[in-house]
Design a protein around this ligand. Structure first.
Ligand code: ADP
Ligand code: AMP
Length: 212
């Protein structure tokens, strides 16, 4: 099997849906946002370079991100493909990706802008296993305790505030959304309705993958 791209605006539910896709396909999730945050936490040059862009809600320069993904897909667990989450985000990234990885499907999770701010501003995640939650739409069953791994260490992202979200949405519309047409022309864009319950979005995605 080749790789799958999870596409959509920030807060569309890409990370939320990634676990079920990974379980179904065996493809490892490759989230460029997670990789950048890990680099930042480790204090590497890459993390320091990315920080100002992330804080401002802007895209990190193409050459930095492309190099990161190109190296990641050389790792052993990526031999049958990967599940890309948050990459590509520009036409230049998609063109570069096409030169080093075969993409089978681009699953586009469609959510209207007016839903994005509340989704992102209520997001939190487990420091232990990375599971993503939402204060209202998807809270942990026991307050502040991860349903999956039981950790009580929950965290919020530094860029999940209203100002930054607006910049991230602007970047999405100007630089990322043109990719839908780009992949549509290549016949591999599969839209799903992301504006419904998490379980229903998941069911649509799994049906799509199973039908391939
Ligand atoms: P992305 O990875 O696309 O940025 P996430 O998966 O982190 O988005 O989801 C953003 C926030 O919205 C999280 O708090 C998540 O729990 C919540 N969320 C995800 N999918 C839905 C949905 N279908 N309905 C309501 N909230 C959702
Ligand atoms: P995400 O976790 O996908 O919401 O990404 C968080 C931030 O990381 C974005 O706002 C960008 O600053 C940066 N980032 C992640 N992926 C990319 C990418 N493919 N291209 C450029 N910047 C990215």
């Amino acid at each position: 099997m080749s790789s799958i791209v999870l596409f959509g605006p920030p807060g569309a539910g890409k990370g939320t849906q990634a676990t079920a896709i990974t379980n179904l396909t065996g493809l490892p999730q490759v989230s460029t946002g997670d990789m950048l945050r890990a680099a930042l936490a480790a204090g590497t040059d890459l993390g320091l370079k990315a920080k100002a862009f992330m804080d401002a809600g802007q895209l990190v320069p193409d050459e930095v991100i492309i190099g990161l993904v190109k190296e990641r897909v050389k790792e052993d667990d990526a031999v049958n493909g990967v599940l890309l989450d948050g990459f590509p985000r520009t036409i230049a990234q998609a063109e570069a990706l096409a030169n080093f990885e075969e993409i089978d499907m681009v699953i586009s999770i469609e959510v209207p802008d007016e839903k994005i701010i509340s989704r992102i501003c209520g997001r939190y995640s487990c420091s232990g296993c990375g599971a993503v939650y939402h204060e209202i739409f998807n809270p942990t069953k026991v307050s502040e305790t991860c349903d999956g791994c039981g950790s009580t260490d929950m965290k919020r992202r530094a860029d999940d505030n209203e100002n930054t979200v607006r910049s991230r949405l602007d970047a999405y519309h100007s630089q990322t959304s043109p990719l839908a047409k780009w992949y549509g022309k290549r016949g591999i864009l599969f839209p799903v309705n992301g504006n419904q319950d998490i379980s229903l979005v998941g069911a649509e995605i799994l049906e799509l993958i199973n039908s391939r």
